[in-house]
Design a protein. Sequence first.
Length: 445
Amino acid sequence: MRPHSGIRGDTQKWGEMKNYLGAAALTAAVALVGCTPSNPGTTTTVPTGPTADRFVVNGAADVGDCATLATACGTVNYAVSQAADGETISVGAGTYDEMVSVDKSLTFEGPNAGIGAGTAAGTRGAEATVKGFRSPGNPHPVAAYEFDVTIDGFSIDPQGDSSLLTPDTLNLIALYGGSDVEIVNNRLNGGAWNPLCSYSCTTMADSAILVRSGSYLVSNNRVENFRRPLDISQASPATPVVSAKYTKNVVQNFSFRGFWAAEWDNSAFGANTISIDDNYIEGGSTADLTANPAFSPTAMLVTAGGVDFTNNTVKNVDTGIYEEVCGVPNPNDLVNRYTGNTFDELRAGLTIATAGDCTGRTADRVFTGNSFVGGVWDRTGNPTRAAAWFVNGVIPADASGAPGTVDAACTFWGSADGPGVNPNPWVTPGVSTTPFRAALGDACP
């Protein structure tokens, strides 16, 4: 992101700030003028307008170069057409009936830039609402648009657009991704919540965010009312995802899955490439889960390797984590790690599903230091026990031919007796549960 310059000594720009923010925000702005926070997960208010290169004001005309507030244009796409690579476009509050086309490296700053919308939420003001930000390509961006892009402080909503409320996987934010992409402090709403929204449903958008390559951060966003909000995949090994971090996001109300880490056509992630840390992930309400057998979202679907899923809170889902092993994806058999998470109200904890021939391939996984609290619900809406279980039978064999294992040590299973004992254990063979924690908050024995 381009750093903001100080403006206290610039009378012209201070006057522009007053007009841009309005009198109600001016007092707060006086104390907070300065640089963009280095951590986009902060809740600091940063007045952005007077330090940008191009300006958009709701209702203005699309003429000129949008280079000052006095000559601001009226649509974001027109400002993009006037901007040069590396510039910042500042967008004022209002609703913009447009899907923003991102065809160069740019920073987009809404009126709530720097103000968190996720687990570290701040007090937000009036929003700038657009339908989304997409680089060209159908259905997903192509490598010609591999740019550094920042999207900070917006409200993103399909606004009833029927072309966006379809079963098609068309992410409202879809970027190819360069060496520095940040999607931070935004609110994304896919439409009217329907816990049974399926492929024929037209009340909610399908997907929220996709970045196909490079290094990127998705932080402190609120993402709600989508079928499958967050896709983590790469387009080609020639343009790999180098590093992807999702942190401090609230992901709520999804009918299929919250996150999906996927590899395609032997386009494998590297080890520890994907970090999903410190997010709040809630499929729907407790009533959605307990009263409706057909409501069956998964918080984290994994058909890849190199994923670290840590310190997240997962609530009101059918399955906490569903991982496929021994399929075409994850050809390097990289280990995924699920550590330090809290699972609350669900039907199953971790599902290991065999997707292909496991001969000579390892299926070991790490699932340590997690906690199960609240109820575990069967499909008739009855609580079974404050614990969770692994399903899908015996875990596939490892490279030596021995049964595969899951290391589930130091987990709290919701009861002092741990995962239970035969004939009704709460885990399947191949899951190593010792030592286990007898109470929530206990240190590992």
